[in-house]
Design a protein around this ligand. Structure first.
Ligand code: NAG
Ligand code: NAG
Ligand code: NAG
Ligand code: NAG
Ligand code: NAG
Length: 674
């Protein structure tokens, strides 16, 4: 299916609408009413979908009056008089030709007789439209026999009849861009049909009584519809753009059926700012034989698969030469670049290697969705099952309904994203191998110890990818985040829905695309990701090697990460923030370092904290010095009396008196019998 999203953008109630038109550049819809009025609606400024709009376009006022007069004239020429008139506005709106006919003619302008007749409808024809694509000599017609017919006007045959409307068909239209036919009927519905397969894609019923007119516009996803009770604008489109990037920075996308390529490398040294649209040169690669819904590179980037309309075509990524194709509900690449799987139906999955079918199998509970990567994931009503690509043996069944599955490159970590959260699991390949060897711990749900849950996060992942052990994703609230070691770091707040394309380590940048095929990027240091990955793997040798490449200003962030992972000693060594270092030194009981930091900071608070630590460690002379710096007379009094240090009590008495700390001064003199 086309999977077009259909959203209602404007509902404008009025008297019966006989025709609608969309302005080519302004957000305006013009509706001419049966009662002789013309309305212009602005479909962007309206907030409330049901608000009525006045003529909000000043300059049109005058024009509309004239138009009204004109329309009154034309509406006298009622359609049922079997006349079609051609008006020439350059000749003062004079009627330059009248076409007469009684059946379904096609006229040539300037000729006084019809060029030919198409016969087929059994009742009156209400509407016709030309196919504007240029590649097919087609006409479409809708009639009172409730049928829609598509004609080849070169060989003058009916190519297809679309059945479904329950009443007279009042309007038909080939969309100028999308591969769809839109038809409207007096049955109150608008139907959307695929223009190549002629399958009925959707039936829209907005309850506005009979449909009279439809209008699509090139370069726009808006379609205007006119009804007995008003007009509606709907927006047709796919949610996710069909685009994919390989690891070298070549991006391939589909603009309708045209495939285009852009190369990040070609930007050279252009300065790039976070979130700004990249100035990419776009190269046309030719048109695709199917209407692409998704495009996906294989792991090594040599091939791309284009899927749509229940078909897939694998092309070479460089020249877009087709390598293989077939029918499939879904297509996924394996981790191994030469393998892929297709979901043929709700029960059959086929695995291919080097473009040859290797195995066809029927998963136990059916196949409602498949997921590629390290293991082959199959979703059924019962949950998710992971299979070995090699022998299709069940590895593990998990009770979860995934939306997306993302495997890390190493195959050790996997993110399973659902409708409302995501899970990070660790795949324990050694345990799997051991179980397979000795057949222990294997149940009907597969190998019990195959996965270990590392965490569940209550966020909805839209798109994601792994860099090392860091999972980078865009969320449903348009945040660009990454998750590592139980922690979420926000890279950016996006102003619209964006889709992750990939990460290029050499650029230290993440690339994202949007529905309008704009590409933006955000900086994300590979050194930080590598360091965090090394820490997660407890590989401190590697971490130490990476550390010098992390810029100073990023060190504290890394140190906080280390601290949260429980590596305080390492965090103390890495952090460049003295507050953070002091906290860490206290927690670690590192008196010397803490002392040094307290001296530098000259803060009473720090001296107090350090004094407490020194006392707990029985470092009384240090404690005394700290309490002194902190001017903590109470503390000094406690320390002096508890240690029975008469000399200290004496000094404290003098100091306290001098500083006006009379309570302490009184107590110390009293104790000394003075
Ligand atoms: C025609 O209908 C519109 C909207 O429903 C209304 O505002 C207008 O007054 C009507 N015009 C006539 C001539 O009845
Ligand atoms: C119909 O149109 C075609 C193409 O313009 C032309 O070649 C042909 O002579 C026309 N036939 C008649 C009967 O006008
Ligand atoms: C007319 O052309 C269409 C393709 O546009 C083809 O499917 C059909 O078979 C042709 N009919 C005749 C009678 O040649
Ligand atoms: C359909 O068109 C016929 C004329 O062919 C008309 O008599 C009939 O009322 C129309 N149907 C509806 C529902 O208006
Ligand atoms: C594949 O390419 C061949 C020629 O190279 C062409 O004949 C064929 O129609 C193409 N098939 C698809 C599905 O693109």
């Amino acid at each position: 299916p086309l999977r077009l999203d259909i959203k209602r953008k404007l509902t404008a109630r009025s008297d019966r609408v006989k025709s609608v038109d969309l302005h080519p550049t302004e957000p305006w819809m013009l509706a001419s009413l049966y009662n002789g009025s013309v309305c212009v609606w602005n479909h962007e400024t309206q907030v409330n979908k049901h608000t009525r709009f006045q003529f909000d376009v000043e300059y049109l006022h005058h024009g509309v009056k004239q138009l009204k007069a004109k329309l009154t004239v034309t509406s006298c020429v009622c359609p049922d008089d079997m006349l079609i008139k051609l008006w020439d506005w350059e000749k003062k709106w004079s009627c330059s030709q009248v076409f007469e006919g009684h059946t379904h003619y096609v006229w040539q302008l300037g000729s006084s007789s019809p060029n030919f007749t198409l016969e087929g409808h059994e009742k009156g024809v209400n509407c016709i439209d030309y196919y504007s694509g240029g590649d097919k000599p087609y006409l479409i017609s809708g009639a009172d026999d409730r049928l829609v017919k598509i004609w080849d006007y070169q060989n003058k045959t009916c190519v297809q009849t679309l059945e479904g409307h329950a009443q007279n068909v009042s309007c038909v239209s080939f969309h100028p861009e999308l591969p769809i036919i839109i038809t409207g009927s007096e049955d109150g519905t608008v139907r959307i049909w695929h223009s190549s397969t002629y399958r009925l894609e959707s039936t829209l019923n907005y309850g506005m009584e009979r449909v009279w007119c439809v209008c699509g516009l090139r370069g726009s996803n808006n379609v205007a519809l006119g009804y007995d009770e008003g007009s509606i604008i709907i927006k047709l489109g796919r949610e996710e753009p069909a685009m994919s990037m390989d690891t070298s920075g070549k991006i391939i996308w589909a603009k309708h059926s045209e495939v285009q390529q852009a190369n990040l490398k070609a930007m050279g040294d252009t300065e790039i700012k976070d979130g700004e649209r990249l100035p990419l040169a776009v190269k046309d690669m030719g048109s695709c034989e199917i209407y692409p819904q998704t495009i996906q590179h294989n792991p090594n980037g040599r091939f791309v698969v284009v899927c749509g309309d229940g078909e897939y075509i694998i092309y070479t990524a460089m020249a877009l030469r087709n390598k293989s194709f077939g029918s499939a509900q879904e297509f996924v690449w394996a981790h191994d670049s030469s393998e892929y799987a297709i979901r043929e139906s709700n029960s059959v999955v086929k695995i291919f290697k080097n473009f040859k079918e290797k195995k066809s199998f029927k998963p136990d509970f059916g196949a409602e969705g498949i997921y590629g990567g390290f293991l082959l994931g199959v979703r059924s009503v019962n949950g998710l099952a992971f299979y070995d690509w090699e022998n299709t043996e069940l590895i593990r069944r998990v009770e979860i309904q995934p939306k997306h599955i993302f495997w890390s490159d190493s195959g050790e970590l996997v993110c399973i994203a659902t409708e409302d959260s995501f899970f990070i699991l660790r795949y324990l390949s050694e345990k799997v191998a051991a179980s397979q060897e000795n057949n222990e711990g294997v149940t009907e749900d597969g190998i019990e110890d195959a996965f270990e849950v590392c965490g569940e996060i209550q966020e909805v992942v839209k798109t994601g990818l792994w860099v090392g052990d860091c999972f980078i994703y865009t969320s449903s609230v348009n945040r660009l985040n990454y998750f590592v070691g139980g922690e979420i770091v926000t890279i950016a707040h996006l102003d619209r829905t964006m889709y992750l394309l990939g990460y290029i380590p050499k650029d230290d940048r993440l690339y994202l695309g949007d529905k309008e095929l704009n590409i933006v990027s955000y900086s994300l240091l590979v050194s930080v990701l590598e360091y965090q990955t090394a820490v997660m793997r407890r590989d401190f040798g590697m971490a130490d090697k990476v550390l010098p490449t992390i810029p100073k200003e990023q060190r504290t962030r890394v140190a906080h990460f280390l601290e949260k992972q429980g590596f305080k000693q390492q965090a103390l060594a890495v952090s460049s923030d003295s507050e953070h270092r002091f906290e860490l030194a206290l927690q670690l009981g590192e008196l010397k370092i803490a002392y040094q930091l307290a001296v530098e900071a000259e803060s009473e608070q720090k001296w107090k904290q350090l004094a407490e630590l020194a006392i707990s460690k029985c470092q009384f002379s240090l404690a005394q010095e700290c309490l002194h710096h902190a001017q903590d007379y109470g503390g000094l009094l406690l320390l002096a009396t508890a240690s029975g240090n008469a000399a200290m009590v004496g000094k404290l008495a003098e100091g306290a008196e001098r500083d006006g700390k009379n309570n302490v001064a009184f107590m110390t003199y009293f104790l000394q019998g003075k």
